[in-house]
Design a protein around this ligand. Sequence first.
Ligand SMILES: [Zn+2]
Length: 90
Amino acid sequence: MPLFRLVNFNKMGVPRIRIIKNDDPNYSPDLSQFGKGAFIEPYPEEFEFKSSSSDQIYKVTKVKDNYKCNCPGYYRSYSRECKHIKSLKK
Ligand SMILES: [Zn+2]
């Protein structure tokens, strides 16, 4: 489920950060209720995969529909789609 980071500021200007889950990838709540300067931004979802050939853990991060992986297959692939990303898209 898409994650969002909502940041607002108290009277002292100290930020308060909340991570929100919402089904709508374009979720945009009315920010006026959170005070001056509040904003919301997509927050990366993370998925971990254990390498089949070593003890390494590969991590896929997803922001909206953009996926990134830190495995070698991701960097080798022209389409920037490794087996981990493909498995998540299914
Ligand atoms: Zn990968």
